[in-house]
Design a protein around this ligand. Structure first.
Ligand code: SAM
Length: 432
């Protein structure tokens, strides 16, 4: 690619390709913004972390101790030897050692690209001047609790039906009015629908605003959400497989020792994921399945030995998400055993129903070990990487895509989970 085009392309698409490398850098805010017409994702709410420490070596603050108080010297302790690694940890270490040179090489590409590093430092600054939340009274909604307490709750979906001359006139003038109170927009429609256990569809080519109690949620064009517990996921199985999905993204609530994680969302034991109806959700022509996993070896071996087999999915490749700070450094030491600065995405193919579909050679081989770098957003929020998968997605174009255990909605996708509206809350958006 022409060197001079790389940065303008990054500003447009949110993806920066390095020359002679399989690595990319992503700005999720720019990628997501391609899904919206009249709203933009607010960079300051997308990136609540990792922008504080912009100086490479922060100077430690020394506090002079009061002359009257003398600290008692602590007896010197001899550092404890770490316990020897068990068999699983040894396998995890070996996996890490194999991946290490690849991650270092990708990171080196980032550190050598001064134009990109300059752009990254400013990713969080954007026009957040008119945050939508200012109009709303409600606090953050906990959908998991709400689903149990008020299963009959409704959502009011405000959609704009047609792209009239009036409409395009509004846009060119950067009209800031929204749906419900805009006198100039003619074709508004309000749809009152069950919020839970129901497919809520924005079938228009424009953003829609969903209201639940006192809160507003922005739905991108041609997108759907189905908010339910795992028990109802079978309602999404299409009556005909040619209405199934070609790309199935899964980010399960893996069990994790972290108390912090426990307070963010409920988790499930591995055996629950074995019964996810991946086969039944697959399109006749097959699907690419993309599964996020953490670095726990127990989990990796569960996926490789049990989960993919139970789903009828054959392994294709692994990609790696390397998390960096705004100054380009890793978010934690690369070799820190329990806090690696990366996570992996395991890709596989789910055969469809067409003749010889068990012959996996019909699917495009996926290039192993792509490295995707980005600055992490909120806790456990994954970067939007669908663009990087498109070339491997089998079947119809544009493909039919679904995200399982979603917390946000992408244009053209179905989002399922017990809180798919979480990051659609108007507090994460700014009006254009
Ligand atoms: N991919 C998401 C993102 O990028 O923000 C993160 C998904 S998070 C790892 C897992 C999600 O699964 C959480 O939203 C959690 O509430 C949801 N979840 C947990 N138990 C569930 C259940 N029984 N049924 C449906 N969703 C569940």
């Amino acid at each position: 690619m022409d060197e001079s085009q790389k940065l303008p392309l990054f500003h447009e698409s949110g993806i920066y390709h390095f020359n002679d490398s399989n690595a990319v850098f992503i700005d999720p805010v720019r990628v997501l913004n391609r899904s919206y017409n009249r709203f933009t994702v607010s960079p300051s709410t997308y990136y609540p972390r990792f922008f504080q420490t912009l100086t490479p070596n922060p100077v430690p603050i020394t506090v002079s101790s009061s002359p009257t108080k003398r600290k008692r010297k602590k007896p010197k302790r001899t550092p404890k030897e770490p316990p020897p690694l068990n068999d699983r940890e040894l396998i995890a270490l070996q996996r890490h050692q194999e991946l290490r040179p690849l991650l270092l090489k990708a990171h080196e590409c980032l550190l050598k690209s001064n134009e990109l590093l300059d752009a990254i430092r400013t990713l969080r600054s954007g026009s957040d001047s008119y945050c939508l939340k200012e109009e709303c009274e409600g606090g953050e909604q906990c959908f998991v609790e709400l689903g149990w307490q008020s299963p009959d709750l409704v959502v009011t979906l405000n959609v704009r039906l047609c792209d009239t001359d009036n409409d395009s006139h509004d846009r060119t003038q950067n009209n800031l009015e929204d749906f419900s109170d805009s006198p100039s927009v003619q074709c508004c429609e309000q749809r009152i629908l069950p919020a839970f256990n129901n497919l809520v569809v924005n079938d228009t080519e424009d953003d829609a605003v969903a209201e639940i109690m006192n809160n507003r949620y922005i739905m991108p064009q041609e997108s759907c959400f189905y908010m339910s517990d795992l028990g109802q996921i079978r309602n999404l199985i299409p009556a005909h497989t040619d209405c199934g999905f070609n790309l199935i993204m899964v980010d399960p609530p893996w069990e994790n020792a972290s108390a912090y994680q426990k307070s963010r969302y409920p988790t499930l034991p591995n055996r629950y994921f074995l019964s996810l109806p991946i086969k039944q959700l697959t399109h006749t022509e097959g699907a690419l399945v993309a599964l996020w996993v953490t670095n726990r070896e127990k989990l990796r071996s569960f996926v490789e030995k049990e989960l993919f087999a139970a789903w009828g999915v054959s392994y294709a490749a692994s990609f790696h998400w390397l998390k960096v700070k705004a100054n380009g450094s890793w978010i934690s030491d690369l070799d820190l055993f329990h806090h690696r600065p990366y996570e992996s995405l395991i890709l596989g193919y789910s055969p469809g129903k067409v003749k010889n579909s068990d012959d996996h050679s019909k699917f495009k081989p996926v290039k192993e070990d792509r490295v995707i770098m980005s600055i992490p957003g909120d806790y456990s929020r994954k970067p939007p990487i669908a663009d990087l998968l498109q070339e491997y997605v089998p079947g119809v174009k544009p493909p039919r895509c679904i995200e399982l255990f979603a917390r946000e909605i992408m244009a053209g996708w179905v989002a399922w989970g017990n809180e798919p509206l979480h990051f659609q809350d108007s507090r994460y958006f700014v009006k254009k």
